[in-house]
Design a protein around this ligand. Structure first.
Ligand SMILES: Nc1ncnc2c1ncn2[C@@H]1O[C@H](COP(=O)(O)OP(=O)(O)OP(=O)(O)O)[C@@H](O)[C@H]1O
Ligand SMILES: [Mg+2]
Length: 231
Protein backbone atom coordinates (compact mmCIF):
# COMPACT_ATOMS: atom_id res chain seq x y z
CA UNK A 1 0.00 0.00 0.00
CA UNK A 2 1.14 3.52 -0.76
CA UNK A 3 2.53 5.27 2.28
CA UNK A 4 0.69 8.47 3.08
CA UNK A 5 2.37 11.71 4.13
CA UNK A 6 1.89 13.35 7.46
CA UNK A 7 0.29 16.76 6.92
CA UNK A 8 0.52 20.07 8.73
CA UNK A 9 -2.03 22.83 8.37
CA UNK A 10 -0.85 25.80 6.36
CA UNK A 11 -2.63 28.43 8.47
CA UNK A 12 -4.10 29.98 5.30
CA UNK A 13 -7.92 29.70 5.26
CA UNK A 14 -9.00 27.78 2.15
CA UNK A 15 -5.57 26.41 1.24
CA UNK A 16 -5.52 23.13 3.19
CA UNK A 17 -8.55 21.90 1.28
CA UNK A 18 -6.64 22.35 -1.99
CA UNK A 19 -3.71 20.14 -0.92
CA UNK A 20 -5.19 17.13 0.89
CA UNK A 21 -5.25 18.82 4.29
CA UNK A 22 -1.92 20.64 4.43
CA UNK A 23 1.77 20.64 3.53
CA UNK A 24 3.57 17.29 3.61
CA UNK A 25 5.63 16.91 6.79
CA UNK A 26 8.59 17.04 6.49
CA UNK A 27 9.05 18.97 3.24
CA UNK A 28 10.53 22.09 1.66
CA UNK A 29 8.11 24.46 -0.05
CA UNK A 30 8.96 27.38 -2.33
CA UNK A 31 6.65 30.38 -1.91
CA UNK A 32 7.26 32.63 -4.89
CA UNK A 33 5.96 36.01 -5.91
CA UNK A 34 6.89 39.60 -6.48
CA UNK A 35 7.27 42.24 -3.81
CA UNK A 36 4.10 42.99 -1.84
CA UNK A 37 2.21 39.88 -2.93
CA UNK A 38 2.04 38.54 0.64
CA UNK A 39 4.96 36.14 1.11
CA UNK A 40 6.01 37.34 4.56
CA UNK A 41 2.39 37.51 5.71
CA UNK A 42 1.83 33.92 4.50
CA UNK A 43 4.92 32.77 6.44
CA UNK A 44 3.72 34.46 9.59
CA UNK A 45 0.32 32.77 9.31
CA UNK A 46 2.09 29.43 8.84
CA UNK A 47 4.15 29.96 12.01
CA UNK A 48 1.19 31.35 13.98
CA UNK A 49 -0.88 28.28 13.09
CA UNK A 50 1.96 26.13 14.42
CA UNK A 51 2.19 28.14 17.64
CA UNK A 52 -1.55 27.59 18.22
CA UNK A 53 -0.95 23.85 17.88
CA UNK A 54 2.06 23.77 20.19
CA UNK A 55 4.61 23.52 17.37
CA UNK A 56 7.72 25.63 17.43
CA UNK A 57 8.53 27.98 14.55
CA UNK A 58 11.85 29.45 13.45
CA UNK A 59 11.82 32.50 11.20
CA UNK A 60 15.12 33.32 9.47
CA UNK A 61 15.20 36.70 7.81
CA UNK A 62 17.98 37.44 5.34
CA UNK A 63 17.26 41.16 5.13
CA UNK A 64 18.80 42.46 8.37
CA UNK A 65 15.54 43.93 9.52
CA UNK A 66 15.82 45.49 12.98
CA UNK A 67 15.01 43.38 16.02
CA UNK A 68 11.65 45.05 16.59
CA UNK A 69 10.66 44.72 12.91
CA UNK A 70 8.87 41.44 13.55
CA UNK A 71 6.75 43.00 16.29
CA UNK A 72 5.88 46.02 14.17
CA UNK A 73 5.04 43.88 11.14
CA UNK A 74 2.96 41.46 13.17
CA UNK A 75 1.06 44.14 15.09
CA UNK A 76 -0.97 44.80 11.94
CA UNK A 77 -2.48 41.33 11.95
CA UNK A 78 -5.19 39.84 14.13
CA UNK A 79 -4.00 36.24 13.79
CA UNK A 80 -0.72 36.84 15.64
CA UNK A 81 -0.49 36.05 19.32
CA UNK A 82 2.13 38.57 20.44
CA UNK A 83 2.93 36.43 23.45
CA UNK A 84 4.05 33.69 21.07
CA UNK A 85 6.72 35.85 19.42
CA UNK A 86 10.06 35.04 20.99
CA UNK A 87 8.57 32.03 22.78
CA UNK A 88 6.97 29.74 20.15
CA UNK A 89 8.05 31.78 17.12
CA UNK A 90 11.75 32.59 17.16
CA UNK A 91 13.05 35.32 14.90
CA UNK A 92 16.66 35.07 13.73
CA UNK A 93 18.50 37.56 11.53
CA UNK A 94 20.97 36.00 9.08
CA UNK A 95 21.86 39.44 7.71
CA UNK A 96 25.04 39.91 9.78
CA UNK A 97 26.51 36.73 8.27
CA UNK A 98 26.26 38.29 4.82
CA UNK A 99 28.64 41.07 5.79
CA UNK A 100 32.02 41.55 4.21
CA UNK A 101 33.89 40.80 7.41
CA UNK A 102 33.33 37.18 6.41
CA UNK A 103 35.55 36.42 3.39
CA UNK A 104 33.45 35.27 0.40
CA UNK A 105 34.91 31.76 0.54
CA UNK A 106 33.74 31.40 4.17
CA UNK A 107 30.20 32.71 3.70
CA UNK A 108 28.82 29.45 2.34
CA UNK A 109 30.02 27.39 5.31
CA UNK A 110 29.22 30.12 7.84
CA UNK A 111 25.62 30.51 6.66
CA UNK A 112 25.07 26.77 6.56
CA UNK A 113 26.57 26.30 10.01
CA UNK A 114 24.56 29.12 11.59
CA UNK A 115 21.29 27.84 10.12
CA UNK A 116 21.97 24.27 11.23
CA UNK A 117 23.10 25.29 14.73
CA UNK A 118 19.92 27.28 15.25
CA UNK A 119 17.76 24.39 14.04
CA UNK A 120 19.55 21.93 16.31
CA UNK A 121 19.16 24.31 19.26
CA UNK A 122 15.43 24.91 18.79
CA UNK A 123 14.22 21.78 16.98
CA UNK A 124 11.37 23.63 15.24
CA UNK A 125 8.60 21.82 13.36
CA UNK A 126 8.11 24.88 11.12
CA UNK A 127 10.94 26.87 9.50
CA UNK A 128 10.88 29.94 7.26
CA UNK A 129 13.76 31.51 5.31
CA UNK A 130 12.51 34.87 4.01
CA UNK A 131 13.69 35.56 1.36
CA UNK A 132 16.07 32.75 0.39
CA UNK A 133 16.79 34.58 -2.88
CA UNK A 134 18.80 37.22 -1.00
CA UNK A 135 21.40 34.49 -0.47
CA UNK A 136 21.87 34.42 -4.25
CA UNK A 137 23.27 37.93 -4.24
CA UNK A 138 25.85 36.90 -1.67
CA UNK A 139 26.94 33.45 -2.79
CA UNK A 140 26.58 34.08 -6.52
CA UNK A 141 27.91 31.04 -8.41
CA UNK A 142 27.75 28.93 -5.23
CA UNK A 143 24.06 29.77 -4.70
CA UNK A 144 22.57 26.84 -6.62
CA UNK A 145 24.77 24.37 -4.77
CA UNK A 146 23.96 26.06 -1.45
CA UNK A 147 20.19 25.80 -1.98
CA UNK A 148 20.53 22.15 -3.01
CA UNK A 149 22.76 21.40 -0.02
CA UNK A 150 20.43 23.26 2.36
CA UNK A 151 17.31 21.55 1.02
CA UNK A 152 18.92 18.15 1.48
CA UNK A 153 19.83 18.85 5.10
CA UNK A 154 16.46 20.47 5.82
CA UNK A 155 14.79 17.22 4.78
CA UNK A 156 16.69 15.45 7.56
CA UNK A 157 15.03 17.62 10.20
CA UNK A 158 11.48 16.87 11.22
CA UNK A 159 10.22 20.17 9.86
CA UNK A 160 8.32 21.75 7.01
CA UNK A 161 10.24 24.71 5.61
CA UNK A 162 8.98 27.66 3.57
CA UNK A 163 11.59 29.30 1.32
CA UNK A 164 10.38 32.58 -0.18
CA UNK A 165 11.62 34.40 -3.24
CA UNK A 166 11.01 36.74 -6.08
CA UNK A 167 11.57 35.44 -9.61
CA UNK A 168 13.90 36.99 -12.17
CA UNK A 169 11.96 39.23 -14.59
CA UNK A 170 11.65 36.54 -17.26
CA UNK A 171 10.67 33.67 -14.94
CA UNK A 172 7.61 32.74 -12.91
CA UNK A 173 9.59 31.54 -9.88
CA UNK A 174 13.24 31.27 -8.75
CA UNK A 175 14.54 28.27 -10.70
CA UNK A 176 17.44 27.49 -8.36
CA UNK A 177 14.99 26.91 -5.51
CA UNK A 178 12.19 25.34 -7.53
CA UNK A 179 13.95 22.24 -8.72
CA UNK A 180 14.90 21.10 -5.24
CA UNK A 181 11.58 21.95 -3.52
CA UNK A 182 8.81 19.46 -2.75
CA UNK A 183 6.19 22.09 -3.45
CA UNK A 184 5.83 25.39 -5.30
CA UNK A 185 3.19 27.99 -4.47
CA UNK A 186 2.88 31.11 -6.57
CA UNK A 187 1.35 34.42 -5.45
CA UNK A 188 0.66 37.08 -8.07
CA UNK A 189 -1.47 39.99 -9.25
CA UNK A 190 -3.43 40.30 -12.45
CA UNK A 191 -4.82 43.49 -13.92
CA UNK A 192 -8.60 43.76 -14.20
CA UNK A 193 -10.91 46.55 -15.31
CA UNK A 194 -11.47 47.50 -11.69
CA UNK A 195 -7.81 47.22 -10.65
CA UNK A 196 -5.40 44.47 -9.70
CA UNK A 197 -6.51 41.26 -8.05
CA UNK A 198 -4.45 38.80 -6.01
CA UNK A 199 -4.15 35.14 -6.94
CA UNK A 200 -2.59 31.95 -5.62
CA UNK A 201 -1.62 28.93 -7.70
CA UNK A 202 -0.16 25.58 -6.65
CA UNK A 203 2.37 24.54 -9.27
CA UNK A 204 3.69 21.46 -7.52
CA UNK A 205 3.06 19.54 -4.28
CA UNK A 206 4.92 16.27 -4.14
CA UNK A 207 2.79 13.23 -3.24
CA UNK A 208 -0.31 15.39 -3.12
CA UNK A 209 -3.43 15.50 -5.23
CA UNK A 210 -3.70 19.27 -5.51
CA UNK A 211 -6.07 21.74 -7.10
CA UNK A 212 -4.62 23.40 -10.20
CA UNK A 213 -5.16 26.81 -11.77
CA UNK A 214 -5.35 30.25 -10.21
CA UNK A 215 -7.60 31.07 -7.28
CA UNK A 216 -8.42 34.47 -5.85
CA UNK A 217 -6.78 35.57 -2.63
CA UNK A 218 -7.76 38.30 -0.23
CA UNK A 219 -5.43 40.02 2.24
CA UNK A 220 -6.90 41.71 5.30
CA UNK A 221 -6.04 42.07 8.98
CA UNK A 222 -6.75 38.32 9.12
CA UNK A 223 -3.90 37.73 6.65
CA UNK A 224 -4.27 35.85 3.36
CA UNK A 225 -7.34 33.76 2.65
CA UNK A 226 -8.15 31.81 -0.50
CA UNK A 227 -11.52 32.74 -1.96
CA UNK A 228 -12.52 29.14 -2.62
CA UNK A 229 -14.34 28.76 -5.92
CA UNK A 230 -13.28 32.16 -7.29
CA UNK A 231 -10.90 31.92 -10.21
N1 LIG B 1 -4.91 44.87 6.61
C1 LIG B 1 -4.60 44.75 5.32
N2 LIG B 1 -5.57 44.81 4.40
C2 LIG B 1 -5.29 44.68 3.09
N3 LIG B 1 -4.04 44.49 2.61
C3 LIG B 1 -3.05 44.41 3.49
C4 LIG B 1 -3.27 44.53 4.90
N4 LIG B 1 -2.08 44.39 5.51
C5 LIG B 1 -1.18 44.20 4.53
N5 LIG B 1 -1.76 44.24 3.34
C6 LIG B 1 -1.10 44.07 2.03
O1 LIG B 1 -0.54 42.81 2.03
C7 LIG B 1 0.64 42.81 1.27
C8 LIG B 1 1.54 41.85 1.99
O2 LIG B 1 2.85 42.20 2.00
P1 LIG B 1 4.02 41.22 2.42
O3 LIG B 1 5.01 42.05 3.15
O4 LIG B 1 3.51 39.99 3.09
O5 LIG B 1 4.53 40.84 0.96
P2 LIG B 1 5.91 40.22 0.52
O6 LIG B 1 5.57 39.33 -0.63
O7 LIG B 1 6.59 39.63 1.70
O8 LIG B 1 6.72 41.47 -0.02
P3 LIG B 1 8.33 41.67 -0.10
O9 LIG B 1 8.80 40.79 -1.23
O10 LIG B 1 8.45 43.12 -0.44
O11 LIG B 1 8.89 41.32 1.22
C9 LIG B 1 1.10 44.25 1.17
O12 LIG B 1 1.19 44.57 -0.20
C10 LIG B 1 0.01 45.06 1.81
O13 LIG B 1 -0.46 46.06 0.94
MG1 LIG C 1 8.41 40.00 2.62
Amino acid sequence: MEEDFLRINTGIPGLDGMIEGGFPFPSTILLAGESGCGKTTFCLQFLSEGARRGERGLFFTTLSEPANWMLRFTSRFKFVDREAIGRDIIYFDLGPYFKTRYPPEDRYETLKRVIEEKIVELMPQRIVIDPITAVGGILREQYREFVFDLSQSLKNWQATTLLTGEAAFDQRYPMEVAYTSDGIILLYNLEHQDGRRRYIEILKMRGTDHVTGRHMVDISRDGLSVQVGFK
